[in-house]
Design a protein around this ligand. Structure first.
Ligand code: GRF
Length: 188
């Protein structure tokens, strides 16, 4: 039976797009809804193009993280998804969310290195010859949940931050949809 996922994002939504494209062609899951905390997020248009409903829940309209999270949980529970997928969702979630929702996240570094919001720049500016990406379960810390999958991305001699960032994103678009598939068919 086809599994159901909800994707949450705050920005451009290129990972959302990769996941929706993969789901259309060859996967065990469908994207049944999206949630964003930004009314101007590019991902809203992408969801629309795939005929997927988007819920805009702006964190600035809530007086506490818990109130915001309980609204997210309420929406999610109504859909009864098999998995919630964070794809550039830039809010820290409280136990109110993490204890009620099974969720995964993608992060543009080889965790536990370079957790937090500036991972690509920090990893590019570090002495390391390699960067990479990590998919992990979501807990109430910052990029701290159990690791599910990782891929290394080599730094090339002539890389600029932009060219390195582009290859990091390409690795994300490749790995995330497939890893979600594996989780849902029980391979992970
Ligand atoms: C990705 O680099 C992801 O790793 C990070 O946020 C970015 C989201 O990009 N958590 P997009 O909105 O999917 O284009």
């Amino acid at each position: 039976m086809t599994k159901k996922i909800i994707v949450m994002f705050s920005g451009t939504g290129t990972n959302l797009k990769a996941i929706c494209e993969y789901a259309k062609i060859n996967s065990s899951y469908e994207v049944i809804a999206t949630i964003t905390n930004k009314a101007d997020a590019g991902g809203i248009k992408i969801a629309e193009n795939f005929n997927i409903p988007s819920h805009i829940v702006e964190h600035k309209n809530f007086s506490s993280r818990e109130d915001f999270d309980s609204e997210l949980v309420k929406i999610i529970k109504e859909y009864k998804p098999d998995l919630v997928v964070l794809a550039g969702f830039m809010r820290i979630l409280t136990p109110l969310f993490t204890q009620n929702v099974k969720a995964v996240n993608i992060h543009p570094s080889l965790l536990p290195l370079f957790a937090g919001a500036n991972a690509i720049k920090e990893s590019f500016e570090s002495k390391m010859k390699l960067g990479g990406i990590t998919i992990h379960f979501v807990d109430d810390g910052v990029d701290s949940g159990n690791i599910i999958a990782q891929v290394a991305v080599e730094k090339l001699p002539n890389d600029t931050l932009q060219s390195y960032e582009q290859r990091i994103h390409e690795a994300e678009w490749e790995l995330y949809p497939k890893t979600i598939d594996k989780i849902l068919i029980g391979d992970i």
